[in-house]
Design a protein around this ligand. Structure first.
Ligand code: RIB
Ligand code: CA
Length: 313
């Protein structure tokens, strides 16, 4: 089986970090063409630094990392230090990155890569606000039909919002960008809070990371020790929800997940419900389905996969 070509668009973020580690630990299934970085959890200067630190933690300093947009299309940047800490990667103490940042802008890398690779041979994996993806589509409309699939973390329906009562963070930060992506007619798989809140790092699961006895296992355990505070306090969760690694795990083992092909529209007009993903789960709107909206995961299978792959690094 040839590895699937992917571009990970990301705003690390502890959960982004675990998603990147899982991808870099799975070369048989995934060929990571590059990481494109966006402002989100913390500003761009930190997300691009965190991405490089994670690649070096994985022992993959040859990974190409491209800095992208430092603010959303319309709104002012909203960040989430209250969840991820001031650095965006609080928890482990990791060395300053040595590997270089690529010169090319992330948006141009996305465009150039999609034009250079065979049509429908590259999957985009957004783990943060969709600014880079939307601007690439706007700047080069010809690339839209060349995208194989978009598998993203974002949105919510039954779980409602985590940054406002009605919106999930990635979509809330740049709803206009999300509207561009969801109306693009590219095949989309959505990992909303509805499923990511079922992928919780309980203590036994975090102990399994720590008991790997490796730098990666220890760092991931320290990341989730820090990252879990927000969700434990807000939701009374049993542990940190591994939002973004659901994207990577889906690409490796889709059978762990289940969902419905439905219509998903993005609220961009109302301040009250800005960034809400209006997911027609019960198919009452008559609007055309534009996304596979994932609602469930085999959590034990997910963590078995994640732990086995992290042990490789
Ligand atoms: O709402 C969760 C999402 O927002 C995750 O991708 C997290 O990393 C933040 O970007
Ligand atoms: Ca993220």
């Amino acid at each position: 089986m040839t590895a699937r070509k992917i571009i990970i668009d990301t705003d690390p973020g502890q959960d982004d970090a675990v998603a990147i580690l899982l991808a870099l630990a799975s070369p048989e299934e995934l060929e990571v063409l590059g990481l494109t970085i966006v402002a989100g959890n913390v500003p761009l200067d930190l997300t691009q630094k965190n991405a490089r630190m994670v690649c070096e933690l994985a022992g993959k300093p040859e990974t190409k990392v491209f800095a992208g947009c430092d603010h959303p299309m319309v709104h002012r940047l909203v960040t989430a230090e209250h969840v991820h800490g001031a650095s965006g990667l609080n928890g482990p103490v990791l060395p300053e990155p040595v590997m270089p940042l690529q010169d090319e802008h992330a948006v141009d890398f996305i465009i150039d890569t999609l034009r250079a690779e065979a049509p429908k041979s590259v999957t985009l994996c957004p783990l943060g606000p969709l600014t880079n993806i939307a601007l690439a589509m706007r700047k080069a409309p010809d690339i839209v039909d060349r995208i194989q699939e978009i598998v993203l973390m974002g949105g919510a329906y039954f779980e409602v919002g985590n940054i406002t009562p009605s919106a999930e963070f990635n979509i809330y930060v740049d709803p206009e960008a999300a509207a561009v992506v969801f109306s693009s007619k590219v095949p989309i798989v959505v990992m909303p809070l509805d499923v990511t809140h079922k992928a919780l790092v309980t203590k036994p699961r975090n102990d399994a990371f720590r008991n790997l006895g490796t730098q990666v296992g220890t760092a991931v355990a320290q990341m989730t020790d820090f990252f879990e505070r927000f969700d434990k306090e807000k939701y009374g969760s049993e542990g940190a929800p591994l939002h973004d690694p659901c994207v990577t795990a889906y690409l490796i083992k889709p059978e762990l997940f289940s969902g419905r092909h439905i219509n998903v529209e993005i609220e961009t007009k109302s301040d009250l419900t800005r960034g809400m993903t209006v997911a027609d789960w019960w198919r009452v709107s008559g609007r055309e389905a534009n996304a596979l909206f994932i609602g469930d995961v085999d959590a034990d299978g997910f963590f078995d996969l994640l732990t086995e792959r992290l042990a490789r690094l």
